[in-house]
Design a protein around this ligand. Structure first.
Ligand code: MRU
Length: 383
């Protein structure tokens, strides 16, 4: 199986989206992101519970993809479980509990529920499926627009650097197509830059403990032929200090009404280093990650705490095959099981450290006023 970023490619064995409804109309298939970069494998999800487990165990991850998967999960739940109001609230609660920080999850569930509640119970499953399909199309359009709006930033950085070397971008975690459906959020401008012939080199933070940078972003960059280098999470400050980073570009799992950005743990440290060294710090985000009900991100966003085993262990391909599973992948213990660890999955970067937000509606300052001006249809309802 191989990846194709060509949306018109239907070659057998080619994957071009992270989630695809199956031809038999009974399930969706998703890329198993726990097996990348070593294997590109699709797994079938045909019940709400399978989809919920896939979100929780990070077979699928990334704010937009979590939301879309949850939308299809509602469809699967309505197909195979009850369709009455009580059953629907139960499904919502089960899915909401999977990952508490990325607000797209709640947003997508609310979209589906708003579409199905006015309908007779026997029409709800089909309507949920239609809404989930629509969310896929919306996400693709949103991410494409983020790329379009972010492109001038990379073009300007290329000019500012003298046009004789690639723009040096540092990114954290994975905010590429694997976090969405196509394009991605923060990485969308980089794909656009590639298409425009603007040379970019990406410093990819490894992003411990789950290595979304090393395992996913680097894989994406390799598929797209974009020059990149994986660095240990601790290397970013050193690179910025030596003038090796022109700008930082990261995603967001929840952006508050005043522009605070909650993203993968470690993002905040990069923003601090960027501020100290005068490196612009940009955040690419789709509108659905803006939570206009939240103002102070530090006080109000629930930070997911994941299993300590993610810190104690690492997973990869064994150099010698002994002890590995059928794919040659193995989990190794870095620390004794008794070692106390703490594993917060996200942190909050205050708006004051953010140079600008790149959204599907344009680029704006990370302020309450600027966000309200871009999203007048949504901002009025929050604080
Ligand atoms: O824990 P993950 O892998 O789901 O975290 C993903 C991120 O932090 C991404 O940066 C984020 O979802 C950006 S894509 C809008």
């Amino acid at each position: 199986m191989s990846w194709s970023s060509n949306p018109h490619s239907d070659r057998p064995g080619t994957v071009r989206r992270t989630i695809v409804p199956t031809a038999d109309g009974a399930a969706v298939e998703v890329i198993d992101q726990t097996r990348l970069p070593h294997q590109l494998v699709m797994v079938r999800l045909q019940t709400l519970e399978q989809a919920a487990a896939a979100i929780q165990d990070m077979v699928v991850r990334g704010a937009p993809l979590i939301g879309v998967t949850a939308a299809y999960a509602m469809w699967l739940g309505l197909r195979t479980g009850g369709t009455d109001d009580v059953a629907i609230q139960g499904m919502r609660a089960r899915l909401l509990a999977t990952r508490p920080t990325a607000v797209n999850l709640r947003w997508a569930l609310d979209q589906v529920i708003a579409a199905i509640m006015p309908l007779a119970p026997d029409q709800r499953a089909a309507a949920a499926r239609r809404r989930a399909d629509a969310l896929v199309a919306e996400d693709v359009a949103i991410c494409a627009a983020i790329g379009k709006h972010g492109l001038p930033i990379l073009r300007a950085a290329f000019h500012a650097a003298g046009e004789d070397r690639p723009v040096q971008v540092l990114t954290h975690c994975n905010a590429g197509f694997l976090a969405a459906i196509e394009w991605g959020t923060a990485l969308a401008p980089i794909y656009r830059a590639r298409d425009e012939g603007i040379p970019v080199h990406v410093w990819v933070d490894e992003t411990r403990p789950r290595n979304q940078g090393g395992a996913l972003t680097a894989w994406e960059m390799a598929q797209a032929g974009i020059p990149h280098t994986v660095i240990a999470d601790n290397a970013g400050g050193h690179l910025m200090q030596r003038g090796k980073v022109d700008l930082c570009l990261v995603g967001s799992d929840r952006t508050t009404a005043r522009g605070d950005v909650c993203n993968k743990i470690g993002t905040y440290l990069k923003a601090l280093a960027a501020r100290a060294h005068g490196v612009p710090f940009y955040v690419g985000l789709p509108g659905p990650t803006i939570d206009f009900d939240v103002g102070d991100g530090l006080a109000e966003i629930p930070i997911e705490e994941r299993q300590g085993a993610e810190v104690r262990r690492a997973r990869g391909r064994l150099v010698a095959a002994t002890g590995s599973d059928e794919a040659g992948l193995a989990t190794v213990e870095l620390l004794p099981p008794s070692t106390p660890v703490f594993n917060p999955a996200f942190d909050v970067t205050p708006a004051a450290l953010v140079t600008a937000l790149i959204t599907e509606r344009g680029v704006c300052a990370a302020t309450r006023e600027a966000l309200a001006a871009l999203y007048p249809d949504r901002a009025g309802r929050g604080r």
